[in-house]
Ligand binder design. Structure first.
Ligand SMILES: *Cc1c(COP(=O)(O)O)cnc(C)c1O
Length: 659
């Protein structure tokens, strides 16, 4: 067929395969993109295709295999429904779909990206809304042992986004801010992102969607009005009439203002409007840490609520009352969302009960249920392991049905060992690429990973509390142990930055023996390399502050074993055999608690984990591999976004009639 294929045709196939973000979970398409010139590796595939030269095309046009793969990749791209038929509208301030679309900061965004992908797989009628941040989230570099932050401008068109017709208006503090809307296709799911960087706006208006999670309280209010109010208006302009609005965390709660406005415009009183709107709103709360919840000062909110009190014909105080949290004197977004929704949930069973307690005095608070977070398996499992699973046990391992991973019992030890070793080797190479060759990582050594935001409750430096024991572990040459760390501290979080400095300083000290590495600029590509390369995934937050956590789930799917405090998802998933627990201290005093938990951590590491890994002399004993299989069989069906989205659909979306 190659003589009939023209350059235009081939280019069109490659563009089609790179425009829809379905390539982020299609390993054959990624393999195809792997054949594009290595000089552009790491960039968005659409940019890579646009950069192809005549000589590149001549080479590909002479390669029947390449042509066939490109045609097949374009054929596999799912088509989103062109009609605005979606019944579920999902709102989130960040989306982690690919490292090439830097519109996320961490767990919340990754979860949102995985939610959209699973919705696409399940053919759920869901449409998503968020903001397009021109400067994305900050990039991290380390100089002099300190975190440095910088931003890069992002060009939406080169990242596969398409501008929608029309402009949305939002009143903010008596001025009108205008937004345009971009669309990204995530498989069958459409994602709309609002962007105020327009000549139509004044300087202040332009900056509303500048950066993710930066700026002061007022900036945050403006971003959230853009997302919530602007998001509903954008959906209406595009023709959507969703039955369910799902708030992924309180940041989009202002969408209720617009939904109430629509009802009041029809002649309802505010109270009647609230009763009319509540059945259509689902609220997911994501953190038990008060600092993680938006709490806006009343005097600021008053300026932004004026237009709404006029529209509803009620006082501003009445509106402030809707966001009242007993004991506080602020506009509490979580309290507002609870009052505006009829169904709410936490993100693990433990977090559900912590949330019921925390919000017990807010109407609806005691009825908060729980749906445990999950991750999108085809996005997160290394491609070579996916290929092994597809070949050895069949593609149904990805069904999230009971027993769907049981086939791993028939995979030979050596097959598992070699796939895991390949992952470790790629991690070693990845580290070399990022930090240079000055390290002593070994592709056969027991590898322990830790990567997450450097929020203080996550205690990235807990291991260092007993630096002598850590150093002793790292010095061992007969049973080598190595650590890979990554993570960003929020630019305004000084204590978090200090923790980061301590970790970085230790990593560059002689004590680390080149076996304790910190990878700068944690993002999805770093995360993938770590999940496939780490044997043990470490998580030591202060219980019960970790609402769910998902990185451990991604590690588990890749055959890593979790070693964690009984918090978040692990609290309900640990069964005594599928990993290890760091015992929680009963001490009230933070310093005592840290030192007791650090000491317990080192005990389990030395007495159980290292021994088991090296039990047969070399790397990865038979008993270790038996644990990996057990981990897959118990966690594989459960920790997935497919299971999670099905639960949202059955328990929280459908009760009000969404199909
Ligand atoms: C999974 C993931 C997270 C969230 O991890 P937690 O365990 O929830 O802290 C953050 N960032 C990236 C890049 C991830 O892939």
């Amino acid at each position: 067929m190659s003589p009939l294929t023209t350059r235009t045709q081939l280019e069109a196939w490659l563009i089609a395969a790179s425009t829809n973000y379905s390539w982020t979970w299609d390993r054959r398409t990624q393999q195809l993109f792997g054949k594009l010139p290595s000089a552009t590796a790491g960039l968005h595939p659409k940019i890579r295709v646009r950069a192809l030269t005549d000589a590149d095309f001549d080479r590909y046009l002479a390669d029947d295999g390449f042509i066939e793969d490109a045609r097949a990749a374009a054929d596999r791209v799912p088509n989103p429904d062109p009609a605005p038929s979606a019944q579920i509208a999902y709102f989130s301030p960040e989306y982690g779909i690919s490292e090439t679309l830097p519109q996320y900061s961490g767990g919340l965004g990754i979860l949102a990206g995985d939610h959209l992908k699973a919705a696409s797989d399940l053919d759920l009628p869901l449409v998503a809304v968020g903001l397009f941040y021109r400067d994305g989230f900050f990039h991290q570099s380390i100089t002099g042992g300190q975190q440095r932050e910088h931003y890069e401008r992002v060009d939406p068109r080169s990242l596969g986004l398409e501008q929608m017709p029309g402009i949305v208006d939002i009143t903010m503090d008596d001025r009108i801010v205008k937004a345009r809307v971009w669309r990204a296709d995530v498989g069958r799911t459409k994602l709309y992102l609002l962007d105020t960087d327009l000549e139509l706006n004044d300087e202040r208006g332009k900056r509303v969607s500048d950066r993710l999670y930066s700026g002061d309280r007022e900036h945050r209010i403006r971003q959230e009005l853009l997302m919530g109010v602007g998001g509903v208006r954008a959906l209406r302009q595009l023709g959507y009439q969703p039955d369910v609005f799902h708030l992924n965390e309180g940041h989009a709660g202002f969408l209720a203002l617009e939904l109430l406005g629509e009802e009041v415009d029809k002649g309802l009183t505010l109270d009647e409007a609230i009763e009319a709107v509540r059945p259509h709103i689902v609220f997911t709360t994501h953190t038990p840490v008060p600092a993680g919840i938006d709490r806006f000062p009343h005097d600021l909110m008053e300026r932004y609520l004026g237009v709404w009190s006029d529209r509803y014909g009620v006082s501003i105080d009445q509106l402030l009352g809707l966001a009242h949290m007993p004991g506080e004197d602020v506009f509490n977004m979580a309290a507002f969302c609870l009052r505006m929704s009829s169904r709410a949930n936490g993100v693990s069973q433990l977090h559900g009960s912590v949330s019921r307690e925390m919000f017990s005095e807010v109407p609806g608070g005691s009825e908060i249920t729980a749906i445990t977070n999950g991750v999108h398996s085809r996005t997160w499992i290394a491609n070579d392991l996916q290929a092994t699973l597809d070949d050895e046990i069949g593609v149904a391992w990805d069904d999230s049905a009971p027993g769907c991973w049981d086939g791993v019992d028939d995979i030979a030890d050596d097959t598992i060992r070699s796939v895991r070793r390949a992952g470790r080797q790629r991690l070693v190479d990845f580290v070399t690429g990022r930090v240079g060759a000055r390290h002593a990582l070994d592709p056969d050594a027991l590898t322990i990973g830790f990567a997450r935001r450097f929020a203080t409750y996550k205690r990235a430096d807990l291991l260092l509390r007993d630096a002598d024991r850590l150093t002793e572990l790292l010095a061992s040459t007969d049973r080598p142990v190595q650590f890979v760390f990554a993570g960003k501290a929020h630019p305004a979080d000084e204590p978090g930055k200090e923790v980061l400095s301590r970790v970085v300083e230790y990593a560059s000290s002689d004590a680390a023996h080149g076996r304790f590495l910190f990878i700068p600029d944690y993002e999805m590509a770093v995360a993938r390399a770590m999940y496939a390369g780490c044997d043990v995934w470490l998580n030591n937050p202060i219980r019960p502050n970790e609402a769910s956590g998902t990185s451990g789930e991604k590690s588990a799917l890749n055959g890593g074993l979790n070693f964690s405090i009984l918090d978040g998802w692990w609290d309900e998933c640990y069964d005594g055999e599928n990993g290890w627990v760091i015992p929680t201290s009963e001490a009230d005093d933070r310093a005592v608690r840290d030192s007791e938990e650090a000491s317990a951590l080192h005990d389990v590491l030395a007495s159980e984990i290292v021994n088991l890994f090296y039990q047969d002399g070399g790397s990865m004993s038979a008993a270790w591999i038996a644990r990996v299989r057990h981990n897959w069989k118990t966690l594989g069906p459960f920790v997935t976004a497919r299971r999670m989205v099905r639960e949202y659909d059955e328990r929280l979306y459908r009760p009000h009639g969404a199909p």
